[in-house]
Design a protein around this ligand. Structure first.
Ligand code: V4E
Length: 228
């Protein structure tokens, strides 16, 4: 399990030029994401994001805000406004365990049925385990991604173009669990400065824009609950 810390940014011509000068282009790839939730959006309303990418399952789980990082008590810190931090689980058995924990109140009456049928599907590496948990695909899109790395920094930058007409950059650091979060946030801040990325407002990710366009009522609910 790892922790993904990232800051989204709008990549203008200036930042792209700097990126091409100081970063090492690690290549371009294309992938399709399929996001899953219950029909009532019980996962995303709890800030859990389950997806299938290149045939692999990934679950992003929220982390508590950085303690004591805000100059004004009660207000989100600069790091929390600009950066997102999620724990990533990629092993299907661990994802299943976590989902059962998150959804336990919702599945109160069906828990035994769900557990047994899912376990059998997971044991047989059957990808339909998600439908056995009443999880349905609510979003599907393709991204073309260019990745840049920085010598010795442990930071990479992705430039994403989604097929529904939205482009966004991400400065990202992957940490082992219990790794130095402040050091990761500092690296991101330094990289943002080098790229000329300024501004105190967070930038929308691909999923935020997808929800805004395709599920406006759910998007509004996520906004009002400070999940997006
Ligand atoms: C919506 C969301 C998540 C789903 C994944 O979103 P995103 O990071 O945009 O996807 P992607 O393709 O860049 O994933 P990667 O390849 O980096 O793993 S995970 C968390 N959220 C919520 C969220 C948020 N609250 N704020 C912002 C700016 N982005 C996402």
């Amino acid at each position: 399990m790892s922790i993904e810390v990232e800051r989204k940014f709008v990549c203008d011509a200036k930042s792209l030029k700097v990126l091409e000068e100081i970063g090492v282009c690690a290549g371009q790839c294309q992938f399709q994401d399929r996001y899953f939730d219950t029909p009532q959006f019980d996962l995303t309303l709890r800030d859990f994001w389950l997806r299938q990418r290149k045939g692999c399952w990934e679950l992003k789980c929220p982390l508590a805000p950085v303690k004591g990082a805000s100059a004004t008590p009660g207000e989100p810190s600069r790091a929390d406004t600009l950066c997102t931090r999620y724990k990533e689980i990629t092993n299907v058995a661990d994802i299943h365990l976590k989902l059962k924990e998150v959804l336990k109140d919702i599945f109160k009456n069906e828990e035994i049925l769900m557990t047994e049928s899912c376990q059998t599907l997971i044991d047989h590496q059957n990808e339909f385990w998600a439908s056995a948990m009443n999880l349905v695909c609510f979003a599907e899109f393709t991204t073309v991604r260019r990745t840049f790395t920085f010598e010795g920094e442990g930071v990479h930058v992705d430039l994403d173009e989604a097929d529904f007409g939205y482009s966004v950059g991400e400065i990202e650091v992957l940490l082992p669990e219990g790794g130095d979060m402040q050091a990761a946030l500092d690296k991101i801040e330094r990289t943002a400065k080098k790229l000329g990325v300024t501004g105190d407002q967070g930038v929308d990710g691909k999923m935020s824009v997808y929800l805004q366009r395709n599920y406006p009522a759910h998007y509004a609910r996520l906004l009002s609950q400070n999940i997006l």
